[in-house]
Design a binder for this molecule. Structure first.
Ligand code: SF4
Length: 459
């Protein structure tokens, strides 16, 4: 058993991370690229990086992940990958014919110092980019940040290469989606439609990474934010970014480039974060909140009230990405649960500041962010004083097994369960789904471990 021998005793470590709570930058850039219609992500580096990024996304989404690579050899590793990328652009448009190629770098091409602006200009001058087609790019050195940093950089590239302001502003609100599932994006679009708010959502992975099987292979599925909509984001009257780590940079870029004012909210996970999102959308799209949404909220409240005794005081350990951990922690607190251990491998001050505020009434809570925040230390904390529930990605299954603790898969990657890209966790309906998962995990555990005389028919 991988983590069986983890000890409760912590030894200070400065230069060793064991099972980091993050993954590599280009995975985020690759995922975000699927949110543009007709876009092929391109990995500028060695084949191994691209294979790893594709397989990680394939395992999570259970969908074929198409991406190309500059296929660095020993020569390109020494002399630079300019020739490889120019050749790749030519081959991609000739063979695979996407509308857009979204190039991101890797550790290797960043270390060499390849200049993407210069290389893509050369490809253009050489006539390798056909009329009407686009090559966009972003830098994603994986020795800093995490997959979240890469996702954010790709969104900034969308704004840089597409968003355009004309003199006429439109009564439309941009919603920039932080890292979430296609099911969550579908739910946000459904809620906006219910409110009759006019929005442009980007990126939009619905009908790209949650497509059905109809016997026909389509390399570029019908979903994704269209180029036309992406260009029009410059004419929208406001932008709501969902998740500070993923969307703030794109919001700022859009304001600087096209004078579109913005607000960054949390991803609407749980009651309070959804309340804030709904009110923000209502205010900026200038639409009322319809009764149907208020009724969805009431159903969530009812479910929380009916089952409060199961939530009260339960200690929870969480790991994953800061933009989801922040509203998730807030939601657990509003359920009267105790999020006591929280780690994210993504660095940044906002996580620490928000956690300090959210956890001020739970003195035993510990949290950590950045490269040294790892699953090993999280397990050590759990060894010191156990928890009732684990919430995080598949990497926690070894801890769950070792500690015999209920475990809910949440976040990225989820390689050993299904349904995450079909059932939302955002907005009130998503919060109901999450609440059901929490309840079922706790109740299943109780049924399994309690002595025979304590088994309850009615729980
Ligand atoms: S070399 Fe860098 S970019 Fe490639 S897989 Fe490893 S961490 Fe990711």
């Amino acid at each position: 058993m991988l983590l069986k021998h983890t000890t409760a005793k912590e030894i200070e470590r400065k230069s060793l991370t064991i099972n980091p709570a993050k993954t590599c930058q280009p995975i985020g850039a690759m995922y975000a690229a699927f949110g543009l219609h007709g876009c092929l992500p391109h990995s500028h580096g060695s084949q191994g990086c691209c294979a790893y990024h594709r397989s990680t996304l394939t395992r999570h989404f259970k969908e074929p992940i198409m991406a190309s690579t500059s296929s660095f050899s020993e020569g390109s590793s020494v002399f630079g990958g300019s020739a490889n990328l120019v050749q790749a652009i030519d081959t991609i448009f000739t063979v695979y014919n996407p509308d857009i190629v979204a190039v991101h770098t890797t550790c290797l091409s960043e270390t060499i110092g390849d200049d993407l602006t210069q290389i893509v200009s050369k490809a253009n001058e050489d006539g390798k980019i056909p009329e009407g087609k686009k090559v966009i790019y972003c830098n994603t050195p994986s020795y800093v940040g995490s997959h979240i940093t890469g996702y954010s950089s790709q969104l900034s590239a969308f704004v840089k290469f597409f968003s355009t302001a004309t003199p006429k502003k439109k009564n439309v609100v941009n919603i920039i989606a932080g890292w979430m599932e296609p099911s969550d994006m579908r739910e946000i679009k459904r809620v906006a439609k219910e409110m009759e708010a006019r929005i442009i959502l980007f990126p939009d992975m619905t009908d790209v990474l949650d497509t059905g099987l109809n016997g026909k292979y389509v390399m570029y599925p019908k979903g994704g934010t269209t180029q036309k909509d992406m260009i029009a984001t410059g004419d929208s009257k406001f932008t709501i970014g969902l998740g500070e780590y993923c969307t703030q940079d794109a919001c700022i870029k859009l304001e600087n480039k096209c004078k579109v004012k913005f607000e960054v909210d949390d991803i609407p996970i749980g009651l309070k974060a959804t309340d804030r999102f709904i009110m923000s959308l209502s205010r900026h799209a200038n639409v009322p909140v319809p009764d149907s949404i208020t009724e969805e909220r009431a159903r969530l409240i009812d479910m929380i009230a009916d089952n409060q005794k199961y939530f009260y005081g339960k200690r929870v350990a969480l790991w994953g990405d800061p933009d989801t951990l922040i509203p998730l922690t807030e939601f657990l607190i509003s359920l009267d649960m105790k999020p006591v251990y929280i780690v994210t491998g993504t660095p940044g001050k906002p996580f620490d500041e928000r956690m300090a505020e959210l956890l001020k009434d739970i003195p035993e809570a510990k949290y950590k962010s950045g490269a040294n925040a790892d699953m090993f230390q999280l397990h050590q904390w759990i060894k010191q004083e156990g928890v009732d529930l684990l919430i995080g990605n598949t990497y926690g299954k070894y801890i769950a097994r070792d500690e015999d603790t209920p475990f809910i898969r949440f976040g990225f990657p989820i390689a050993d369960r299904a349904g995450h890209n079909y059932f939302p966790k955002t907005c009130y309906t998503g919060a109901i789904n999450l609440t059901i998962q929490i309840l079922n995990a706790l109740m299943d555990h109780q049924d399994r471990v309690c002595p025979d005389e304590k088994v309850e028919f009615q729980m």
